[in-house]
Design a protein around this ligand. Structure first.
Ligand code: UD1
Ligand code: CA
Length: 471
């Protein structure tokens, strides 16, 4: 007996994810499973579940836009081509090689992104404990439209799954639906798929017909009702896409809130699953945090600010309407409102970047400030530098990019143009309105202005001559 149990535990497990369908109901030129959900393709969510299962083989059935879908697969998944889209049963059949011989196969849909690995593990454990031939998850959906209905007999045993399009009025009233998550005993699956017929409204080979085949053969079939109907939501159209998107967004936000982050307005806040945020940080309404962004403790972000693939250290303040991409922001920095920090921006501790300032491949030293209306590109700016309003680095001549280097404690007056390549030495002062074309030595003053002329009374004389007030 102990040996027998050992064999059961060691059975091989294949996981297949169905992703070949066109997704007709999306009315899209893009394959359904490639539509993004919180920064990842729809398909990435079930793949994460597949990866979390103790499988020996992991396959993804591809067909419509096979090349693009295959490209979206992470390592460890084998793409299997379904050359004609003849239905879910036909799709699984293409992967026969992966479930030849002893063992079980779990089948997931590429369009069911809310499913968790814990739920599939429970299904698998239950399937093996009962030594079932087929086990599958079901749920009661308030709106079962479009799903396959689970038909049971008076004693509650599963008889069949009937697809929406093939169901009669009585069957359409059944609210228990097939979630599209299955465990099959391999040898049975292989045999049953070989016998499928496409005798239905859609003229497809339905994977769901395998259930009725098992019932007819008096094999053990378990339709396992899952309490959490939300987890079973599938995406067939864009209304359902928005619905699952909202659920996934809420899941991520609730995890952050439980870890000590204040999310002032969850419905308008979007945080992708790979983002980390420290405790006591506050996300104001309309904030979007994307990619591999890491935010330290005690920061305030937003409202209406988007941060992608950036690091923001503790106690930084990023005000309204900023766009921050591939940037590093030090502790206690202040950014915005309306700042645009582009890739390669690095702000050291306490630096400030104010409204209508754009930075790219630019470092600001500790305590440096660029408070208003500037473009700083390919610049290295020292500590405690003051960059005046309207300062522009002229870093591009139409062919190449050039660097501007500004030493510590420099004061750059307003409306300065720095024509790169150029260097301003430590402690130098650049007077307002200067066009810097030559290096400025440390401690020097740089000044380039056309001399100002005063013509006394000129404006009054003109007014008299034209004989009317300015309009
Ligand atoms: C399917 C089930 C239905 C269930 C629902 C749950 C069938 C026949 N029906 O219906 O009982 O309630 O899922 O969400 O299985 N696919 C392929 N190749 C094909 C056709 C589809 O790989 O030839 C893939 C799709 O990309 C998709 C998945 O299989 O990821 C399900 O296909 P879909 O057309 O969405 O099936 P539903 O009508 O939702
Ligand atoms: Ca579906």
């Amino acid at each position: 007996m102990a040996i027998a149990r050992g064999i059961v535990a060691a059975r091989t497990l294949t996981v297949l994810v169905l992703a070949a369908g066109r997704g007709t109901r999306m009315r899209s030129a893009v394959a359904k499973v490639l539509h993004p959900v919180l920064g990842r393709p729809l398909l990435a969510w079930p793949l994460e579940v597949a990866r979390a299962l103790p499988a020996t083989h992991r396959g993804v059935i591809v067909g419509f836009q096979a090349e693009a879908v295959t490209k979206a697969l992470p390592a460890g998944f084998e793409a299997i081509l379904q050359p004609k889209l003849w239905g879910t049963g036909h799709a699984v059949r293409q992967a026969r090689r992966l479930f030849a011989g002893e063992g079980d196969t779990v089948v997931l849909s590429g369009d069911t992104p809310l499913l968790t690995a814990a739920t599939v593990r429970r299904l698998l454990a239950d399937h093996r404990r009962r030594r079932a031939t087929v086990s599958f998850l079901t749920a009661r959906q308030a709106d079962p439209t479009g799903y396959g209905r689970v038909v049971r007999d008076e004693s509650g045993e599963v008889r069949a799954i009937v697809e929406h399009d093939d169901a009669d009025a009585a069957t359409l009233r059944v609210d228990e639906v097939n979630a599209g998550v299955y465990c099959f005993e391999n040898r049975f699956l292989d045999r049953a798929l070989g016998r499928l017929r496409a005798a239905n409204r859609q003229e497809e080979y339905y994977l769901t017909d395998v259930i009725a085949a098992a019932v007819r053969a008096r094999l053990a079939v378990a339709g396992v009702l899952c309490d959490d109907a939300e987890e079973m939501l599938g995406v067939n159209d864009r209304v359902q896409l928005a619905r699952v998107h909202a659920v996934l967004r809420t899941r991520v936000l609730e995890r952050l809130m439980r870890a000590g982050v204040t999310v002032v307005d969850p419905p308008s806040t979007w945080v992708e699953p790979g983002v980390r945020v420290g405790a006591d940080s506050v996300l104001l309404p309309g904030t979007t945090l994307q990619g591999a962004t890491v935010i330290g403790a005690g920061c305030r972000i937003g409202p209406h600010t988007r941060v992608r693939d950036s690091r923001i250290a503790q106690e930084a303040l990023v005000r309204d309407c900023c766009v921050i991409e591939e940037a590093t922001i030090g502790p206690r920095c202040q950014v915005g409102p309306f700042a645009h920090l582009r890739p390669g921006t690095r702000l050291a501790a306490g630096a400030r970047v104010g409204n209508f300032v754009e930075t790219k491949k630019t470092r600001l030293g500790a305590g440096a400030k660029a408070s208003h209306l500037s473009y700083l590109g390919d610049a290295q700016i020292g500590r405690r530098v003051n960059v005046g309003a309207g300062t522009i680095t002229c870093n591009y001549d139409g062919y190449s990019k050039f660097k501007t280097v500004i030493g510590d404690d420099v004061f750059i007056g307003s409306d300065t143009q720095l024509v790169a390549p150029v260097r301003v030495g430590k402690g130098a002062l650049v007077a307002a309105g200067t066009t810097v074309t030559k290096d400025v030595p440390a401690g020097a003053l740089a000044l380039s202005r056309a001399p100002q002329k005063i013509v006394a009374g000129w404006a009054d004389r003109r007014r008299k001559l034209l004989g009317k007030k300015q309009s």
